[in-house]
Design a protein around this ligand. Structure first.
Ligand SMILES: [Zn+2]
Length: 423
């Protein structure tokens, strides 16, 4: 499908600032329809039947799945169910998340993020069911080639956000973002966002004890949520979907690729580079044909020419593997580089500290996967489902709420494979 099929919509996201940790971020999925200017606020929902209450608990965490999976590879070299791994590694410290897993449905080997495995493209794919090329948020930062305007994680203007997010699909049903409500004010749809442990993961990498502590804090917050729902006697009637947006992998040991090293073959001005790592995105000036630029870069990246050159694969975007769905938008720059897991791309050599954690790599890497847990009346207890892409979640939610969804990249048959058919 193309962007021309998408309706003109006006989502009101409140972006996070993933790579800017100087300010406390808010969630993309946090929204408040109490604003008088919002049409949803003009139609107060009636008291919902408990069987159709839906709470999407969106846990955008890098690590919750990542750590157990890393242990999986480090120690066992066997693909064992995550449930077993969590029993082994996290049961004592994550009793609440484990409770949701044990009594709900889980993607056994994780949820697959869309490419690039960055926060904003993935948040918006989860709520639209569209790949980034179709929902328009193709990166955390990019330049509109027509206007020269720059999209950043603070860009709220509707023109950037294509497609139809869930809160528009169900706008007559959904009422904003509440935490403390009387029973007769329980919303039908609600989202929560936790920034941890992404923040810590970028600083110290996914294997640091700080990450375990951050995940344990999330678990205790989920415990409070469950506790509140139980006190009101509605826990078993509420649907909780818990997802992460991406995984994370450690970056260290001088695994760096420098664009300036390619200067003997092609000089790459920094202002042509829209994003360095882990996905390289370059838009040469119109005077430089992308195909020539691409050919010269590849010449320099041939074996033995530049340090770590073999760990960067450069493509004309139309020639990227089709499984990445990353071509059908003018916003995507013509030259895209895929960097090997754990490596980073930079313009020039610096003495900057380079150990930490990163995501944004090819979504085929296992380290980029994250969690999916569904708990509630329409999710079987203790069920494991195969990994799936997060563009399927939109149809899952519209199916639970019996809403007619907008056209999207998910499969209409997918919800049947996950939800209880009798519901
Ligand atoms: Zn991050």
């Amino acid at each position: 499908m193309g962007t021309d099929l998408l309706s003109q919509t006006k989502p009101i996201p409140i972006p996070t600032q993933e790579e800017d940790h100087s300010s406390h971020s808010r969630a993309l999925l946090s929204f408040n329809t109490d604003s008088p200017s919002d049409p949803a606020a003009k139609t107060p929902p009636s008291k919902p039947n408990t069987t159709i209450i839906f709470i999407a608990l969106i846990l955008f965490t890098c690590i919750a799945l990542q750590l157990p999976l890393r242990l999986l590879f480090s120690f066992t070299r066997l693909l064992r169910p995550l449930f077993q791994l969590q029993l082994r590694t996290f049961l004592t410290s994550l009793p609440n998340i484990h409770r949701l897993i044990a009594n709900g449905t889980e993607a056994d080997l994780g949820l697959i993020p869309v490419f690039p495995t960055l926060t904003f493209p993935n948040h918006y794919s989860i709520v639209t069911g569209l790949y980034p090329a179709y929902h328009g948020v193709i990166n955390n930062r990019f330049v509109d080639p027509n206007t020269g305007e720059v999209f950043t994680m603070s860009s709220h203007e509707p023109k950037w956000w294509l497609g139809e997010p869930l809160w528009e699909t169900g706008q007559s049903w959904f009422k904003g973002f509440y935490l403390f409500l009387a029973w007769n004010e329980i919303p039908v749809f609600m989202t929560l966002y936790f920034e941890d442990p992404d923040h810590q993961g970028h600083q110290v990498g996914p294997d640091d004890p700080q990450i375990t502590e951050a995940v344990a804090r999330i678990d205790s917050l989920i415990g409070r949520l469950i506790d509140g729902l139980e006190k009101r006697g509605v826990f078993e009637d509420v649907t909780i979907i818990m997802v992460g947006d991406h995984g994370m992998v450690g970056t260290c040991d001088k695994k760096l690729i420098f664009l300036d090293d390619l200067a003997p073959w092609i000089k790459i001005p920094a202002d042509w580079v829209q994003y360095y790592t882990p996905m390289l995105a370059i838009r040469p000036l119109p005077s430089h044909a992308p195909s020539d630029f691409f050919a010269k870069m590849n010449e320099g990246l041939e074996p033995g020419k530049v340090e770590n050159g073999k760990y960067l694969k450069v493509y004309l975007k139309e020639e990227l593997p089709s499984r990445l769905h990353y071509a059908a938008s003018g916003r995507i720059p013509p030259i895209i580089g895929l960097i090997e897991e754990s490596f980073k791309g930079e313009q020039k050599r610096t003495k900057r500290q380079e150990c930490g954690g990163a995501h944004g790599y090819d979504n085929a890497f296992f380290s980029m996967r994250t969690i999916f847990i569904g708990h509630g009346p329409q999710f079987a207890r203790g069920k494991k489902v195969p990994s799936f892409e997060n563009v399927q979640i939109y149809n899952l939610v519209t199916s639970i709420l019996k809403l007619e969804g907008a056209p999207n990249n998910g499969s209409s048959a997918f919800p049947e494979s996950v939800l209880l058919l009798s519901q």
